[in-house]
Design a protein around this ligand. Structure first.
Ligand code: SF4
Ligand code: SF4
Length: 333
């Protein structure tokens, strides 16, 4: 059967809530985007997590709630947070580095947890471990196998950098053998460590490298029955640019109460909302939405401000292509 590839537009009424319930982690990935100076070091109390989840519940809209950290399974109350989110009608995902602390697989079930997502940045220890840490590949793949065995639906996230682009194609047989249902290929965001350190692991691939490799690997994986999603990054000629901040509902919540609408803004105190005394409050002044409204030839304003080196210009000084919203996805299945 021929694979179907499509750009997934921002869907009316769809909401995504990315909830960082703590920032602590057992790993020190080279490209980690967590910025404790901006996001705090708190571990939210169980009761607080429940109250904050309820702030985003909307029975009229399909809302995805993704628990993240740091490493969210370090939080002993994650299973109760998952149950609460499910009770409130969310589609629930946990993004883990693979360690699955606190016996997560024994303390929750696929009835409450819709997807368990694992981060892997290589198809073998030689590629993955220099980026994510010694021994991580073995632990992560063993836990993927255990999760599948227990009936959880499993996805894998692979963050592409110059270091691991060539190895991406070898993920296909690995994912197939592990019975992974969904594969998210992610572009390295220039946030956190990726801004602070210079190395192949923290360097984005060029437009040509991305386009030569990623769509083809996505097609191969889809041919094996895996549902693949990857960011659009570079808009084709004639494709419409839209900023998710204007047309979609995304909330990135941090334990210090900051709530962003755009992940590229997360290193800066421009969060559109904050949670104070368990209430969601809109921030006034020059906040992230002020950028969403700017209309520039290069597409995404935050990309132009923070990572302009991925834009190319012609002799007239016009951009050769526009950069899409980092939240715009291509899907192939
Ligand atoms: S697992 Fe996630 S939070 Fe932990 S160091 Fe790696 S990127 Fe950062
Ligand atoms: S990544 Fe760019 S286009 Fe997307 S929400 Fe942020 S500012 Fe808007």
């Amino acid at each position: 059967m021929k694979n179907i590839a499509r750009t997934v537009g921002f869907q009316k009424g769809e909401r995504n809530v990315f909830f960082h319930i703590l920032t602590a982690c057992n790993l020190s990935c080279r490209h980690c985007y967590i910025n404790k100076a901006q996001h705090g070091t708190a571990t939210l109390a169980e009761e607080t997590i429940h109250k904050w989840i309820a702030l985003f519940a909307d029975p009229d809209k399909k809302t995805n709630l993704i628990f993240l950290g740091g490493e969210p399974t370090l939080h002993p109350d994650l299973p109760s947070a998952i149950r609460k989110a499910k009770e409130l009608g969310f589609f629930v995902t946990v993004d883990s580095n693979g360690y699955l602390f606190n016996d997560l697989l024994e303390k929750t079930t696929p009835e409450f947890l819709d997807y368990l997502s694992f981060s892997l940045d290589g198809p073998d220890a030689d590629t993955n471990d220099p980026i994510r840490g010694a021994g991580v590949f073995e632990v992560c793949t063993a836990n993927i196998a255990r999760a599948v065995e227990k009936g959880f639906r499993v996805s894998v996230i692979y963050t592409v950098s110059r270091k691991n682009l060539d190895a991406l194609v070898r993920m296909v047989p690995l994912l197939e053998s592990l019975k992974v249902e969904k594969f998210f290929i992610q572009v390295l965001g220039l946030r956190g460590n990726s801004v602070l350190t210079e190395s192949e692991e923290t360097t984005r691939v060029s437009r040509d490298q991305w386009l030569e490799t990623v769509p083809e690997v996505a097609r191969l994986a889809a041919g094996k029955g895996i549902h693949v999603t990857y960011p659009k990054v570079f808009l084709d000629r004639g494709e419409q640019f839209e900023c998710a901040g204007n047309v979609a509902e995304n909330f990135f919540i941090f334990p210090n109460g900051r709530v962003y609408q755009c992940p590229l803004c997360e290193d800066h105190p421009v969060n559109a909302y904050r949670i104070e005394n368990d209430r969601l409050i809109k921030n006034e002044g020059l906040m992230e939405e002020s950028f969403f409204r700017l209309n520039i030839a290069e597409g995404c304003v935050m990309n132009k401000l923070l990572q302009a080196d991925n834009i190319e210009y012609d002799d007239q000084g016009q951009p050769r292509y526009r950069i899409s919203c980092c939240l715009l996805k291509q899907e192939i299945f």
